[in-house]
Design a binder for this molecule. Structure first.
Ligand SMILES: Cc1ncc(COP(=O)(O)O)c(C=O)c1O
Length: 449
């Protein structure tokens, strides 16, 4: 397949648009502006990514126009196992003959089975599972749990953290999202710079902090890697100052780093661990919080302390059991290691072609951030990738960095095609940036933001 060749039309018109009353893609975009989200719709159209995902299969998504894209965004790992993974689809389809969402008031076979599987998969010491319907809710549960266990209120997170947009979670993250809804609470939610241990110690030493919440690699900030020993030292500070450590594994869990849970690569047993996104293979919204015995007190004191009608929905649990089983297979782990080595090696070759432009590769397994030497560098690359048949997204909180997330079951042939197309797009983006005076200035400035 020529890396720069035309993108196949894919399978046209599934009839879904007509069945939903749309004349064509333009009609969807116009009505999306009118009835759904004008800001988001316009942003993508203006960004050169007028994508309306229609058919999806494995690591391919198809725009309504029929344009085929290799998905290297995977919605943060939601589709790590590929879109509509056949094993997950079979499991959930069969489950629909028996289950629905279930009734969250009562014990349930599906919920308990997934809880047991999660506990057995997790670092020792995490013994109970609480469910949410999405990652943000799960983070809220984790923060509430930490507050209950410590009877303290303060939560420390990193500057440019992203843990979701629900009530408590949003306060741990960037002001862009918390201030919009008057949800910023700097006294209760101090933010400290990533990889800065003195700042972390200063935040914790008053002993008034319930928990530090950390992504194992901060995704939305462009996957800056923790310096060697940083996470371990944060955990040690938590122990010294009686704060809990919450590991947000929403993007780094489920084998994306080459181990089931990224945090275990640091030898850390968190007090609380959160998983979401890929946990149901992208087939049903569900997220889970794993807690230690110390943190599990409220589940006995008042088991109705957190209520969520859709949290732990039974169909989601069945999908989750299958997805967790696939992620845990030794051959899946081998495949991740193989793909990670292949992708890392090939990208380093591409880097040598554009040393003033493609300035960094941040990698842990198939979690990758590609760093470009322009304040908006990843947006240029994203646009050329899109035109060339690959979908990967810039990092919202650091648009120099492209989030590049190959699937954990990616076949080597498709990995090669993805890499060829990526090389071409990086070159085209470099030529575009180099063609303007401002771009040339950024390239020669050495990647300053
Ligand atoms: C690390 C991390 N935590 C939490 C969340 C929130 O998950 P959700 O969007 O399902 O609420 C996200 C979402 O992108 C995330 O990346």
């Amino acid at each position: 397949m020529p890396a720069d060749g035309p993108i196949g039309p894919g399978e046209q018109g599934t009839g879904v648009a007509a069945s939903l009353g749309f004349a064509d893609k333009d009609d969807v975009l116009a009505k999306s502006m009118e009835f759904w989200n004008p800001g988001k719709t316009q942003f993508w159209v203006e960004s050169g990514v007028p994508l309306v995902i229609d058919r999806r299969e494995g690591y391919f998504i198809y725009d309504m126009s029929g344009k085929r894209l290799i998905d290297v965004h995977l919605n943060g790992g939601t589709y790590s196992l590929g879109h509509r993974n056949p094993e997950v689809v079979r499991a959930i389809t069969a489950a629909m003959a028996h289950f629905d969402i279930g009734n969250h008031h009562f014990p349930s076979m599906a919920r308990t089975a997934l809880a047991q599987a999660l506990v057995q998969s997790a670092p020792a010491g995490l013994t109970k599972v609480v469910y949410g319907s999405g990652g943000g809710e799960a983070i809220d549960i984790a923060l509430k749990t930490a507050r209950h266990a410590t009877q303290k209120r303060k939560i420390v997170s990193i500057v440019k953290a992203y843990h979701g947009h629900t009530g408590l979670a949003v306060a741990t993250g960037d002001e862009r999202f918390s201030e919009l809804f008057l949800a910023d609470r700097p006294e209760e939610f101090p933010h400290v710079p990533f990889n800065d241990l003195p700042a972390m110690e200063a935040a914790l030493c008053g002993r008034d902090v319930a928990a530090v919440i950390m992504e194992t690699i901060p995704a939305t900030y462009g996957f800056p890697l923790p310096e060697p020993g940083y996470l371990e030292a944060v955990k040690a500070l938590c122990e010294r100052y009686d704060a809990l450590y919450i590991a947000d594994e929403v993007q780094t869990g489920l084998m994306r780093t080459g181990e089931l849970w990224g945090i275990t690569k640091h030898g850390i047993t968190p007090d609380i661990m959160v998983t979401g996104k890929g946990i149901s293979g992208g087939m049903y919204p569900i997220a889970a919080v794993l807690v230690s015995e110390r943190c599990a007190g409220w589940l006995t004191e008042d088991g109705f302390g957190h209520i969520s009608t859709f949290g732990g929905a039974e169909l989601g649990c069945i999908a989750g059991l299958k997805a967790l089983e696939i992620c845990s297979r030794p051959q899946t782990r081998s495949m991740v290691h193989y793909i990670a080595d292949l992708v890392g090696a090939r990208l380093r070759e591409v880097q040598q072609l554009y040393p003033d432009w493609f300035t960094g590769i941040r990698q842990n397994g198939v979690v990758l951030g590609l760093e470009f030497n322009h304040p908006q560098g990843a947006k240029y690359v994203m646009r050329h990738l899109y035109a060339g048949g690959v979908w990967a997204i810039f990092s919202t909180l650091d648009p120099r960095v492209l989030q590049y997330k190959p699937g954990i079951l990616l076949e080597p042939d498709l990995a090669e095609e993805m890499l060829l197309r990526t090389e071409v797009a990086i070159g085209k983006a470099w030529r575009e940036v180099s063609s303007t005076r401002e771009g040339r200035a950024a390239l020669s400035a050495g990647g300053q933001r």
